[in-house]
Design a protein around this ligand. Structure first.
Ligand code: FES
Length: 219
């Protein structure tokens, strides 16, 4: 018998688990378009999102353009989550600054009409692209902006593409995307956990019955 006494649990590897700005994994993921929310989430209210450790506000202006801005107002730091979505952008609740989807300040209603700051201040924001019911953003350096990837499987004639948020078993996962994907790469667990252990949890297209000879087959 080997006792568990004194067992040393390894610390999570920060190279994989940390995805904030300046971290190795965070920089890697900031070279790709990332899903931010569903298009359906962008209603007449701002949507607070946390992406790669950054707090941001997603919204859609009255012309249908989606935007993703740093969540604190450039004026005095009020959260834009409490702002108002308008035809030309999002308006801060505190003193009414109006931002468009590219971070331009369109109005500063409590400042003099001739106000140089109106042109000088640019609110931090990210490029956004909507595709097939989802909102994607690129959080990396603009000089490395990649083309938005469109896979052929997304364009199959006659198919229906449905966007949805969250993992397969519902609810957010308290880890970053890479950690969640690592589970998917472990394909063999499907045959045990989601079939033999818990009963078949997938549609009939996935036939996990043991093939003749006693081994499991994924076909
Ligand atoms: S804090 Fe947003 S307009 Fe003043």
């Amino acid at each position: 018998m080997k006792s568990a006494y004194g067992l040393k649990i390894p610390e999570p590897d920060p190279r994989l688990t940390r995805i904030g700005p300046g971290t190795p994994c965070g920089e890697l993921m900031r070279r790709y378009w990332q899903p931010v929310c569903l298009s359906a989430d962008l209603t007449d209210l701002p949507k607070a999102v946390r992406i790669l450790g950054e707090d941001l506000i997603a919204f859609r202006d009255g012309e249908g353009r989606a935007g993703l801005l740093f969540f604190r107002c450039s004026h005095r730091g009020a959260s834009l989550e409490y702002g108002r979505v308008e035809a030309r952008g999002i308006r801060c609740c505190y003193h009414g600054w109006l931002y468009d989807v590219e971070g331009n300040v369109l109005e500063m209603p409590l400042e003099p009409a001739r106000n140089p700051y109106l042109k000088q201040i640019h609110h931090p924001c990210y490029p956004v692209r909507e595709f097939a019911g989802s909102v994607f953003a690129y959080l990396g350096p603009l000089d490395k902006l990649p083309e938005f990837p469109v896979s052929d499987i997304w364009q199959t004639a006659g198919g229906t593409l449905k966007a949805r948020m969250g993992p397969r078993v519902g609810g957010p996962v308290n880890c970053n995307w890479l950690q969640a994907e690592e589970n998917l790469m472990d394909a063999l667990h499907t045959f045990w956990l989601h079939t033999r252990h818990s009963g078949a949890q997938f549609p009939s297209q996935v036939n996990c019955k043991p093939a003749s000879g006693g081994s499991s087959s994924g076909r």
